[in-house]
Ligand binder design. Structure first.
Ligand SMILES: [Zn+2]
Length: 108
């Protein structure tokens, strides 16, 4: 039975994004792949350098385009949210925009 999550290019990636000791990260809400400190250390230090990743380090697949700009654009156009990081505006962000639901629904 194939239990692999189809969101990811390979089993290794699927495991890495869930592994708290792996510095490889995936933000579902804007489909952003980065490398930083192990997730288990992130809470101990607020600021870590973060590196954007374009290819899967395991299988070499080109990773899909991130949706940072698209998310900002839709939030502003449809919900009037100009700064999603602002504490007040953040509360108005629909739940689907905090997960991958919004871009899957829109076929992005
Ligand atoms: Zn891969």
């Amino acid at each position: 039975m194939d239990t692999m999550n189809k969101d990811f290019c390979c089993d290794a990636m699927n495991l890495w994004v869930q592994d708290r000791d792996c510095p490889f990260m995936y933000n579902a809400y804007d489909r952003y792949y980065t490398m930083s400190a192990p997730k288990s250390l992130m809470k101990k230090n607020v600021v870590w350098p973060c590196y954007k990743v374009h290819f899967c380090p395991f299988c070499g697949t080109k990773l899909p385009k991130n949706l940072v700009d698209e998310r900002f654009e839709i939030l502003e156009k449809e919900y009037g949210i100009t700064d999603p990081y602002d504490t007040k505006q953040k509360k108005r962000i629909p739940a689907e925009f905090m997960t991958d639901e919004w871009w899957k629904k829109r076929g992005l």
